[in-house]
Design a protein around this ligand. Structure first.
Ligand code: AHR
Length: 498
């Protein structure tokens, strides 16, 4: 077996890993909120009506920034419908997902949940059917102490203390022709700028995410980002990018190489931000918020609602498999490797729909992609190191040359975490981890997920077909660690260095 070497040096760093790259996304979509996170009828319901079993699983994922309430949903959402006494909240039609929104779970409940879960709330305002003023009013409701209409409304609703939401998104996927209120880049930029100014005049300490290109296959890809940054200039801290992938051609090797194109998308978008900064179009260097990422086959659209509307319909509800485990790990490797540009990333989404946790009645199981996220998130603190891989690989038709090993590394004092993905479907791999300027002394802990069948899934009947286990197949000699990986596997391990 040809050895693969991962070369690292403690001085060759990328940047501190922003914990917010381990964020999530909870949208009012299908059974994500109702019947997912929130179900007062469930035997698992807590005093808030949230499902304790789901929350316990979510705690294992250690999420940081949690984006809410959409997604496409937000482009028709009026937050005022969803605050105050529950019995007075109207039922409304959600046009984006053709559902009935009861508003029984609204921003105050979400922010209460975020406090309990230790999530950093990341709220999106409605720039589809909403106005800059409505967005500003929402910020006043959330962040201003009192003494004016919307802040006093929050106090009357039982929240004396401001919620202090410091991270806000200026709409959602406004470049997508499917988006309610989709407009050309220049028009959106003006709308976003007005909203941003009004919001920052209400609370100057907030950070804002402006909508960038949401898909590389749109004709306006990158041109949209360039135009938006030219107009918005100094009002925003982050530009969003979204990425969903799937094994479209049913070719596992090709699919596993998609990480190359995720890298390129991040680098291309960052180049637009850097160019705007260097040509003084923006005063600050705008960073990236990959605020929707996941595997989404779009194979299951769920129930056909045909405008009739339904409460908590079965929408999307993807089932993940073993090859998706490697792709989810590939996304996380890419975010870590680009720690200098990517400051926020949100797994879309967290329960049911397209998510790592799946419920049916009071039952629940963990989807395959749950495990890499848990394994990485536990080891997320520190500085990303540049990785250099020497070893065998293959050529993908769409994405070019790839090494069988996909990797990233985080250094935290004398602890080095390495994240390894063996994309070889048939062969095991020996990875030598060499830190050029310090010896590796011992293994602190390690986990891995492996499988021989790329299509293996977890189900209610077989919930543990794919899951993580502890890993100890490692030899450490002369300061070099040799880690043995089975074919088709993801590894996350923390090593003590001298
Ligand atoms: O996450 C599902 C949907 O995907 C979101 O609502 C939208 O923003 C994206 O197109």
């Amino acid at each position: 077996m040809e050895t693969t070497t991962l070369h690292l040096h403690t001085a060759f760093t990328v940047d501190t890993v922003d914990p917010r790259i381990f964020g999530g996304f909870l949208e009012h979509l299908g059974r994500a909120v109702y019947d997912g996170v929130y179900n007062p009828e469930s035997v698992h319901a807590d005093d808030m009506g949230c499902r304790k079993d789901v929350l316990a699983a979510l705690r294992r994922l250690n999420f940081t920034a949690m984006r809410y309430p959409g997604g496409n949903f937000v482009s028709g959402y009026h937050w005022q419908d969803a605050v105050g006494p529950r019995e007075k909240r109207p039922k409304v039609r959600d046009i984006a997902w053709q559902s009935i929104e009861t508003n029984q779970f609204g921003p105050d409940e979400f922010l209460e949940l975020a406090r309990r879960m230790d999530w950093t709330p990341m709220m999106a305002v409605n720039l589809g059917t909403g106005t800059p003023e409505e967005a500003r009013n929402w910020l006043e409701y959330c962040n201003v102490d009192g003494g004016s209409k919307w802040a006093d409304m929050r106090r009357e609703n039982g929240y004396e203390e401001p919620h202090n939401v410091k991270l806000w998104c200026l709409g959602n996927e406004m470049d997508g022709p499917w988006q309610i209120g989709h407009i050309p880049a220049e028009n959106y930029a003006i709308l976003a700028q007005q909203t941003a100014r009004m919001m920052k005049m209400t609370d100057p300490d907030i950070e804002l995410v402006v909508c960038g290109s949401c898909a590389p296959d749109l004709p306006t890809y990158l041109e949209w980002d360039r135009k938006v940054l030219e107009h918005v200039r100094d009002e925003v801290e982050y530009l969003s990018l979204h990425r969903y992938v799937g094994n479209e051609f049913d070719d596992t090797e090709e699919y596993l190489a998609v990480t190359n194109s995720i890298d390129r998308q991040i680098e291309a978008t960052d180049a637009v931000c850097l160019s705007a900064y260097h040509t003084r179009k923006t005063k600050r260097r705008v960073h990236l918020s990959c605020d929707e990422w996941n595997i989404w086959y779009r194979a299951r659209h769920g129930e056909h609602l045909d405008g009739k509307g339904k409460y908590a319909p079965h929408l999307l509800e993807e089932q993940y498999n073993m090859e998706d485990v490697l792709v989810a790990a590939g996304f996380l490797n890419s975010f870590i490797r680009h720690a200098d540009s990517v400051k926020i990333a949100n797994l879309a989404q967290i329960v049911n729909v397209i998510a790592p946790i799946f419920t049916r009645g009071d039952e629940m199981f963990l989807q395959t992609i749950f495990y890499p996220i848990e394994m990485y998130s536990r080891r997320r603190t520190g500085t990303s190191l540049q990785v250099q891989v020497q070893g065998p690989g293959y050529t993908s038709k769409r994405y070019g040359k790839v090494n069988y090993l996909d990797s990233s590394a985080i250094l935290n004092g004398d602890e080095l975490s390495v994240f390894l993905v063996n994309r070889n479907l048939n062969e095991p791999m020996e990875v030598e981890v060499r830190l050029a300027d310090a010896p590796i002394e011992s293994l602190l802990n390690a986990d891995f997920v492996a499988g021989t069948d790329p299509k293996a899934t977890n189900t209610f009947e077989h919930p543990h077909r794919v899951q993580s286990c502890t890993h100890d197949d490692i030899a450490i000699k002369n300061g070099v660690a040799t880690i043995s990986l089975p074919p088709l596997s993801v590894y996350a391990g923390t090593l003590k260095i001298g």
